[in-house]
Design a protein around this ligand. Structure first.
Ligand SMILES: [Zn+2]
Length: 226
């Protein structure tokens, strides 16, 4: 029986070790399995030094930097490597939440169809506790998902949410979705300790089911006197 070619996603909150696990896995594939590994990251990632991805312990791997809105450039680069006789076996991606979701998902799906092994890491939920679309799409394509947790900075319980802090206080729901930062701007928190001021309640949003609206529309038509 043939093993399924890996399309692996390491996901979870901040400080959960996603990049560490990505780096460890890629280094093992490179060192012990002699796979040719190529890594990409968005230019948005300013935590690591230029041209590298980096674990919390400072272990680095070289990475090609790609503009978040131009993930199709990854395809061109990989196909050029193949044409040059340097065809990679394994493709690694860090901080995937910054890439434009639909285009990046299409790029990785095509590369997987073309025979490459895919290993990707990134946040699944933003500081509001809402899904990042890029991770959501890649989880659907994945053959294996590692959901990682950190530990709550408040109570020490397992944590799966990024808490954004502005001068020590929880950031409003209305704040910009992307804010690059480390421990000065974020901490991991459990669901009970995660605080998002100004979050609108779901009940204030109109969510009338589609079929209800349709029936109403038909009824309105019947009432017409002509
Ligand atoms: Zn907690």
């Amino acid at each position: 029986m043939n093993a399924t070619r890996p399309f692996v996603v390491f996901t979870g909150t901040m400080f959960s070790g996603k990049t560490d696990l990505l780096c460890q896995t890629l280094r093992r594939l490179s060192t012990y399995s002699h796979q040719r590994v190529v890594v990409f990251k968005p230019t948005t990632d300013r935590r690591s030094s230029n041209g590298h991805i980096q674990t919390a312990d400072g272990v680095q791997m070289p990475a090609h930097e790609i503009k978040p809105n131009r993930p199709e450039k990854i395809l061109r680069m990989v196909y050029q490597m193949k044409a040059d006789g340097n065809n990679p076996d394994v493709l690694g991606f860090d901080e995937i939440q910054f890439f434009f979701p639909a285009l990046f998902a299409a790029v990785t799906a095509e590369l997987y169809r073309e025979g490459y092994q895919i290993y990707a890491a990134g946040l699944d939920l933003d500081f509001r506790g809402e899904p990042f679309e890029t991770a959501s799409l890649l989880l659907a394509h994945a053959t294996y998902i590692h959901k990682l947790e950190s530990y709550c900075a408040r109570c020490g319980q397992p944590a799966r949410l990024p808490q954004r802090l502005i001068e020590g206080s929880p950031a409003s729901y209305t704040a910009d979705r992307i804010l690059i930062g480390g421990t000065e701007a974020y901490e991991a928190r459990c669901t009970a300790c995660h605080v998002v001021p100004d979050r609108p309640s779901v009940v204030t949003v109109s969510i009338a089911p589609h079929h209800t609206r349709k029936k109403k529309h038909k009824r309105d038509k019947k009432k017409r006197p002509f």
